[in-house]
Ligand binder design. Structure first.
Ligand SMILES: Cc1cc2nc3c(=O)[nH]c(=O)nc-3n(C[C@H](O)[C@H](O)[C@H](O)COP(=O)(O)O)c2cc1C
Length: 211
């Protein structure tokens, strides 16, 4: 049996969703290029490579997005029962301004033409592919000591309008990307007692889904 690649497992274990730990420092363009190459090396249904990466550095654009995220955060907070709301109030959900760079990852369902091999029965397979590019980006950034925070507190139409994204193209994630002071060992949502990790034994099923 071959030995596991310890470095990869280590990166997977160290990866964190970063919100508060961005240090505001510059991101080396060579490092960013390596991270984007890793994202672009992801597998995709029918090799359609349906992703694009919009790099957002303009502080004015990031300000506008951060304001929109604050509105959406308030909308979610208003939907919560009192006790959950008190917990949520302590949780930071984005580092849009602090991170210095936003990488908006989009999904184009038309990429690859009308006959995407492997997508005829499962339309979402294109979206899955885009998420794999995001995960590659996230792990590569972690290996480089760079933080990534996924922000989904936004309306897709708002982001399409803000960045000139065509209607058919879906913005899948705003990723806050930048150098960090450190990576936390425990996910923020666990530290703040929002939700704990399920034991693996609960997630693994044998032979059928039903137990
Ligand atoms: C699809 C997706 C959307 C997410 N959206 C947000 C978000 O809007 N704000 C946030 O703070 N974290 C967001 N996260 C990060 C999760 O909260 C985080 O991955 C989870 O709590 C586990 O923590 P870890 O990534 O540090 O292991 C998102 C993650 C995913 C995969």
């Amino acid at each position: 049996m071959s030995a596991p690649n310890a470095d990869l497992y280590d990166v997977i274990a160290r990866r964190r969703d970063v919100r508060a730990e961005f240090n505001g420092g510059p991101l080396d363009p060579v490092v960013l290029d390596r991270i984007l190459h890793a994202a672009h090396a992801a597998p995709s249904v029918g090799h359609s490579q349906p992703w694009d990466f919009v790099l957002v550095r303009d502080p004015a654009t990031r300000d506008r997005f951060a304001e929109h995220v604050a509105d959406e955060r308030a909308t979610f907070a208003d939907s919560l029962p009192e006790e959950r709301r008190r917990t949520f109030d302590r949780i930071k959900v984005e580092g849009v301004r602090e991170s210095g760079l936003g990488v908006v990852v989009t999904y184009d369902p038309d990429r690859g033409g009308p006959h995407v091999l492997g997508r005829h029965a499962i339309a979402d397979a294109g979206l899955y592919s885009t998420c794999l590019a995001i995960q590659n980006l996230w792990l590569a950034a972690t290996a480089e000591g760079i933080g990534v925070g996924w922000v989904s507190f936004y309306r897709e139409e708002f982001l399409q309008d803000l960045l000139g994204i065509p209607e058919r193209v879906r913005p899948v994630a705003w990723l806050c990307v930048g150098p960090v002071t450190h990576l936390e060992e425990v996910p923020d949502l666990e530290r703040h007692r929002w939700r704990q990790r399920r034991p693996l034994t609960e997630a693994v099923h044998h032979e059928t889904y039903r137990r």
